[in-house]
Design a binder for this molecule. Sequence first.
Ligand code: OS5
Length: 229
Amino acid sequence: MKVAIMGAMVEEIEPLLEFFGTYETTELAGNKYYTTEYKGLELVIAYSKIGKVFASLTASTMIQHFGAEKLLFSGVAGAINPQLQIGDLIAATALCQHDLDITAFGHPYGFVPEGSVFIDSDKSLLAIAKEVAGEMDKSLLEGVIATGDQFVADEARKDWIGETFKADALEMEGASVAVVCDALDVPFFILRAISDSADMDAGFSFEEFLQSSAKESAAFVTKMLDRLA
Ligand code: OS5
């Protein structure tokens, strides 16, 4: 089986590349795609660059060019749910776009005609994640992740996103990956480890915890691969 693992920033895939050790590199459409084998799985790994447009391009390339049959996203996020502390893991049950706004036409935030506000993650990948969390004795929150082309460092914006979408965490890529995977019928799983609280200190916290939280997320994803193999 061919499995894609993507992040947005190089820091989010570096721990994975270190773990797998050797891989081939293919340059395509402004990104590098790393291919390798792990326990009989064919892997394609890449970081997209930041934001929804780049993430869509990468997810689409992994599926349509490299033939990925499942897609796992590993990275960091800002916490909305106060239960979530730095380094804690959240797996998206559903994702939405908090910056998508045609409310002027009477639609709810995050909705476009012929689309839906929320896209659900694959249930069997979520079930595998639960088993892995148990095996690793790690707590794993399952909840809604809100995505937008905005680094949120503002309590009022964070609260609005939390209240409007009942979201537990926010980031800048997940929902666009979900849109692509849903359209192409590829099961997906979005995992994030918390790097900040999307408040006025978010920039400092993000810089301090990007690497350590990215490692937490990547380590979890590698354990999921053991189950998929
Ligand atoms: O990928 C972006 C979304 N990520 C999740 C996240 C997040 N999203 C929104 N709001 C928050 N509070 C969030 N917390 C975590 C993280 C990432 C955020 S954008 C970070 C940009 C950092 C940066 N900018 N320039 N560099 C780093 C240096 C650089 C220079 C050249 C090439 C590459 C990097």
